[in-house]
Design a protein around this ligand. Structure first.
Ligand SMILES: *Cc1c(COP(=O)(O)O)cnc(C)c1O
Length: 372
């Protein structure tokens, strides 16, 4: 049996009839950048994320960069974040010549430890940048309280967490900014690159829209130096169709995650300490990735790949140990939980269309590895 980590063709087959006419309509309009489709998508996405406004941008990376630029983050500033995340979380900070200040993660949720983040705030801190990793809402309440005391903005990296709920709030709607990615492998994936910044404040939305087009509100009049952070009309049109299915797809991911939990319990692998499934949260984890801890993780990965099971390591090298951040001066061992997660975790297929027999095969293949 062959079980890919993600099967975008299976999803496309379910929405082809809805997508084809809207792609044709964008082609007929020959309106490709920003415009009415983007404005409609921004309204619908803001409502979905329970935010006052949303600004469509060119990627999740650019969403982060734009939020940091809107706050005027620059040389000498510090931004507190996690080292156990996709590169662009910290890369966006460094591109503005600011310093990513890393703090370790919570070993159960893999999200940044809020107490450590609050303790890392200094006079040079300009923003806090938590990540809702793998689709699980980070514990933002203590972070928001610390940020409010110091008058700091909170920029949520919600690239993996559209629709994730925690403590009665939705990812992207709790902090000052919510940054989303529509990279095709995200829960809401476009037909190319795309991203979104959500805000609760109209003045911030206007600043983001200006920065998106070279710091201009009126054509050829520039109030600041922004960039080209525009999203395509075609992406917006596709995303509008897919947004209507997102809650169903999320429920599919959650059902698959719950089924993994039951299957792993039945095999006895959890009790034997071979596999630690992700925690079952009462609130809405949207499972962009289903990530287990596994004994002999690299051996298991090779075993699964040889037997047709797609799996991936997110992320094998924590960011404080990346060569490009050597000058930040972090030594190996300073963030033990991030480093342990990088050694022990493995993502398994959890996409909504994953057939139950394929999922059973994944678990059987894992059980066979530990039965050798
Ligand atoms: C995907 C991702 C990004 C970047 O999004 P792009 O659209 O690929 O630029 C940023 N942060 C996290 C946590 C991500 O998973």
């Amino acid at each position: 049996m062959n079980v890919p980590l993600l099967d975008l063709k299976a999803q496309y087959a379910t929405i082809r009839e809805e997508i084809e006419p809207i792609v044709r309509a964008v082609c007929e309009s020959q309106w490709f950048i920003l415009g009415p489709e983007v404005e409609a998508f921004e309204r619908e996405a803001a409502a979905y994320c329970r935010c006052a406004d949303a600004v469509g941008v060119s990627s999740g990376t650019d969403a982060l960069l734009l939020a940091l630029m809107a706050e005027g983050v620059g040389p000498g500033d510090e931004v507190v974040t996690t080292p156990y995340t996709f590169f662009s979380t910290a890369g966006s900070i460094a591109r503005l010549r600011a310093r990513p200040v890393f703090v370790d993660i919570d070993p159960v949720t893999f999200n940044l430890d809020p107490a450590a983040a609050a303790a890392a705030i200094t006079d040079r801190t300009r923003a806090l940048l938590p990540v809702h990793l793998f689709g699980q809402g980070a514990d933002l309440a203590p972070l928001l309280a610390a940020a409010a005391r110091k008058g700091l903005p909170v920029i949520e990296d919600a690239a993996q967490a559209i629709g994730a709920d925690r403590d009665g709030g939705r990812a992207g709607g709790l902090g000052t900014y919510g940054c989303f990615s529509f990279f095709p492998s995200k829960n809401l994936g476009g037909f190319g690159d795309g991203g979104l910044v959500t805000v609760q404040d109209g003045a911030l939305a206007a600043r983001l829209r200006s920065l998106r087009v070279h710091g201009s509100r009126e054509r050829y009049v520039h109030e600041s130096v922004g960039g080209n952070f525009r999203i395509d009309a075609l992406q917006a049109a596709v995303l509008r169709v897919k947004l209507r299915h997102l809650d169903d797809w999320t429920e599919g991911r959650r059902a698959n995650a719950a089924r993994y939990g039951r299957l792993f319990e039945e095999t006895g692998l959890v009790a034997r300490g071979c596999v630690t499934p992700p925690p079952v949260e009462t609130e809405r984890h949207v499972f962009n990735q289903y990530v287990i801890r596994a004994a002999d993780r690299d051996g298991l990965r090779d075993w699964l790949r040889e037997r047709g099971v797609g799996c991936e390591i997110y992320y094998p090298i924590p960011l404080h140990l990346q060569a490009c951040f050597a000058d930040l001066g972090y030594a190996e061992g300073v963030f033990p939980e991030s480093e342990r997660a990088a050694r022990e975790t493995l993502a398994l297929p959890v996409y909504p269309e994953l057939p139950p027999d394929a999922q059973a095969y994944v678990v059987e293949t894992i059980a066979a590895f530990y039965a050798r």
